[in-house]
Design a protein around this ligand. Structure first.
Ligand code: ADP
Ligand code: MG
Ligand code: ZN
Length: 499
């Protein structure tokens, strides 16, 4: 974000205090949908993962997905929530073309988890974000507007509905209003969403791919003058990246302030975020909860999560992602910047897996943030999608450490693995890449190098030992990097009668 935009926010916040609230939807990665056995694969042909239940056909009855309930409770536990003794589903009634039942099965007054918090750190300062609730609901289908250039309904010739997503379990995590963050509010919102995403990832409950919509955020923002009650909030819907969350908060702060300065009122409305400009435009005016005519779902019995089960889930929680990062930073002795670039490159998980496969951490980090990051970049793929596994990287590192190949040869081994030529050892054999330390084989190259560079040889004979590097270089070149540098060096000195 530009410093100009930052300066604008800071200027506004000399007169106003921002209040921010985030509602985050996370699509769970369960095998089947929330209330039926339909598959949930992303990208399947339209309307191939549907049944009478998720189409809302008459007489179809829901059966809750136990795994989804478990995942929701685990998210709630990570967020320090209390888990309801009794929880139930409710119907949230409204019409939408991609919601065939005409109501969404959601949770209203008895969510599975409530009253938690998540601490996030921004610029070394810790902020506590209070969590109001974590509840379970189902996703809607997807509408596709055909014709026209924008993909929006305006200008479209007709619209199609794909119900594959209808009924996929969705967890909604709602924060309490975040106050007191001042001009850090945009960054706190982003840090919160980042940590929440990492938590879901660590729990393995969702792939939390914001660009595919499996995690999306509604961003509520209001401004008030110091000492006055909170202002009216707007809600920017379905913000699809961490960066956009920060921008949406910033954008609303900067948009609302001049309106308030001029004595206008902010309308409680939803707004759309535009990725290209970073600005928001108005959507619909906001309905009240009472408009939805919530009532308890008559086709489902209340849930009473077994206390022992909850205790077991709590005992098996993973280490919180931020705590894990702090621990690794400490163990590996990294600066904040080194850690940030490791995480930013998406290298953390591959590095950890490579260490698990037996590699030392420094080498694992070097490979994933260096050579492999370059390959991924060049191929335009994420690091984790490179066609080399952490175990294979660990094997390459092992080959280097044992002296069977050097770094240069190792890069060629990696080429071979990426090209699908097999395991590192196989590639090394098949491509004939092993370091040659056999004195006979290296000896011929040494003799040739001395013959080709008599002047250098003379200097060495005269005691200028630093010059030996030039001859070692020539040997390496002649053997396409395969000679063992140490062997070459001692042979050269021996031949020239020094050392
Ligand atoms: P709705 O579904 O109507 O948007 P929710 O209660 O689910 O209502 O979520 C409202 C979100 O807005 C919460 O995250 C809440 O903390 C936040 N919020 C409430 N009041 C304000 C306010 N004045 N300014 C900013 N955010 C607010
Ligand atoms: Mg909401
Ligand atoms: Zn179904």
């Amino acid at each position: 974000m530009s410093t100009a935009a930052d300066a604008e926010v800071t200027a506004v916040l000399e007169r106003y205090e921002p209040v921010v609230g985030l509602e985050t939807h996370v699509e769970l990665g369960t095998e089947s949908k929330m209330f039926c056995g339909c598959a949930t694969d992303f990208g399947a042909d339209p309307n191939t993962q549907i049944c009478p239940v998720c189409l809302g056909l008459p007489g179809a009855l829901p059966v809750p997905n136990e795994k989804a309930i478990e995942s929701t409770i685990r998210i709630g536990l990570m967020l320090h929530c209390s888990i309801a003794e009794v929880s139930r589903f409710s119907r949230k009634n409204y019409f939408y073309p991609d919601m065939p039942k005409n109501f969404q099965t959601s949770q209203y007054d008895d969510p599975l988890c409530a009253d938690g918090y998540l601490d996030v750190v921004v610029d070394g300062e810790s902020f506590r974000v209070d969590i109001e609730r974590v509840h379970l609901e189902e996703d809607t289908g997807k509408t596709l507007h055909v014709g026209g250039s924008t993909g929006r309904i305006q200008g479209a010739t007709y619209s199609l509905v794909d119900f594959n997503r209808a009924g996929i379990p969705l967890v909604e995590i709602v924060t309490r209003p975040i106050v007191g963050a001042g001009d850090k509010a945009p960054a706190v919102a982003r840090a919160y969403a980042t940590e929440l995403r990492e938590i879901c990832r660590a729990l393995g409950v969702s792939d939390v791919r914001m660009e595919q919509g499996s995690m999306r955020c509604d961003v509520n923002v209001s401004l008030n003058r110091p000492g006055e009650p909170w202002g009216t909030r707007t809600e920017t819907k379905n913000v699809n990246s961490l960066r956009s969350i920060e921008q949406a908060v910033r954008g609303e702060i900067v948009r609302q302030a001049p309106l308030l300065d001029a004595g206008s009122r902010i309308h409680q409305e939803t707004r759309h975020f535009h990725e290209d400009t970073g600005e928001t435009t108005p959507g619909r005016s906001k309905e009240e909860a009472t408009d939805y005519r919530y009532f308890p779902e008559p086709d489902l019995v209340p849930m009473a999560p077994d206390r022992e089960w909850v205790a077991r889930l709590r005992a098996e929680l993973p280490e919180p992602p931020s705590a894990r990062l702090a621990r690794l930073q400490d163990e590996w002795g990294l600066t904040d910047k080194e850690l940030a670039s490791l995480v930013g490159a998406g290298a953390l998980e591959p590095v950890l897996a490579t260490i698990d496969a037996g590699a030392p951490h420094a080498a694992a980090r070097k490979w994933w943030t260096g050579e492999l990051a370059r390959r991924a970049n060049a191929a335009g793929v994420e690091l984790e999608r490179l066609a080399i596994s952490p175990a294979q990287v660990a094997e390459v590192i092992g080959l280097v450490d044992s002296g069977r190949i050097n770094d240069k040869l190792a890069r060629q081994v990696v080429d071979g693995v990426l090209a699908g030529e097999g395991e590192p050892e196989q590639v090394m054999q098949a491509r004939g890449l092993a370091v040659v330390s056999d004195a006979g084989a290296v000896g011929a190259a040494v003799d040739a190098a001395i013959a080709e560079h008599p002047d250098v040889a003379e200097k060495i004979r005269g005691g200028k030992l630093q010059a030996v590097g030039a001859l070692v270089g020539a040997v390496m070149k002649a053997t396409r990097g395969q000679a063992d540098a140490g062997t070459a060096r001692s042979l050269i000195l021996e031949r020239l009668g020094v050392g």
